[in-house]
Design a protein around this ligand. Structure first.
Ligand SMILES: O=C(O)CCC(=O)C(=O)O
Ligand SMILES: [Fe+2]
Length: 307
């Protein structure tokens, strides 16, 4: 009787799907990634092949950077008036509805778009660790995009090409949310969908990411060995709405520092993002108009409608 009730409870308690990438049945893996992306727009992957030791070093260099005095962090500060997003910014103040976070943002791939002046020189091993992690996440991203392409009935490269192929930009963001004694007044990051293709996220042990599904917010629990993948706006549009761009936000903790390290896989500004033409038939008309990535982001930033 006890066992039955437990099973029932776990069936009712919906949680973010977990996909085991070490499963040798590739079709099963592909189907699991596709289903999670259709229903949730977010999933965890475990046994993803990225060494945990490397993830540990990624977390260390990020934490060490944010522990530096403000003057040192400002060596890579976002330039005032800069139209680009790269650099360090801080936003730690008590204003209702304001965000409570400091973050570092810079491109990591392809080499032609990297501006190392936004990469911290301290800790000294920062660059080496990020370069190693970049290679690993690029492989993981291409694997996931391959499954998502198959789920559309297309060759594995379809979405990789849709995001601009070799010109696709990878962007590192490190979010630091110090303990916030008044978390009811602030949010780490207010609700949003990611404006990019997919996000590949690791966090420290403090949970705080929440996603919206079926009219309610779900906590995304921290799983030590997992990497979390979010579907963003560009994949929603390329897939003609099949894959969901997950609405999410991050809350802060009263006592504990939270950190997250998303990598954004992002089409470059000149790439036109619209439903892949092979998907459009009489039964499946286009739900979105093609638009350059640059215009799309501009309109989203200014909260202008995008068709
Ligand atoms: O902190 C997190 O877990 C997610 C942050 C996030 O959504 C973002 O940086 O876009
Ligand atoms: Fe996000």
């Amino acid at each position: 009787m006890e066992v039955e009730r437990d099973q029932h409870t776990s069936l009712l308690a919906e949680t973010i799907p977990i996909v085991d990438l070490s499963n040798l049945d590739e079709e099963q893996v592909s189907r699991a990634v596709v289903k999670a992306s259709e229903e949730w727009g977010i999933f965890h992957v475990v046994n993803h092949g990225i060494p945990m030791e490397l993830i540990g070093r990624l977390k260390d260099v990020g934490a060490q950077f944010f522990d530096l005095p403000e003057t040192e962090k400002n060596a890579v500060a976002k330039q005032a008036g800069s139209k680009d997003f790269e650099g360090y910014t801080t936003n730690l103040k008590y204003v209702k509805g304001e965000v409570w976070t400091e973050n570092l943002f810079h491109r990591i791939w392809p080499p032609s778009c990297i501006n190392f002046s936004y990469w911290p020189k301290n800790p000294p091993q920062y660059r080496e660790v990020i370069e190693e992690y970049t290679k690993e996440t690029k492989k993981l991203s291409e694997r996931v995009l391959g499954y998502l392409s198959e789920g559309l009935g297309l060759p594995r490269e379809a979405l990789i090409q849709g995001l601009g192929g070799d010109s696709t930009e990878y962007v590192m963001r490190i979010n630091n949310y110090p303990p916030d004694p008044k978390p009811d007044l602030t949010l780490g990051v207010p609700e949003h969908t990611d404006i990019i293709g997919i996000a590949i996220i690791v966090t420290n042990e403090v949970s705080g990411l929440q996603i919206f599904k079926d009219d309610r917010w779900f906590d995304v629990h921290y799983i030590p060995t997992a990497i979390t993948i979010n579907i963003g706006d560009q994949i929603l549009r390329l897939s003609n709405g099949k894959y969901k761009n997950v609405l999410h936000r991050a809350i802060v903790d009263k006592e504990k520092k939270r950190m997250s390290w998303p990598i954004f896989v992002d089409a470059n500004p000149d790439v036109v993002i619209g439903p892949l033409p092979e998907l459009i038939t009489g039964d499946n008309p286009a739900k979105f108009k093609p638009i350059t990535c640059k215009d799309f982001k501009y309109r989203r930033l200014l909260k202008l409608p995008v068709e």
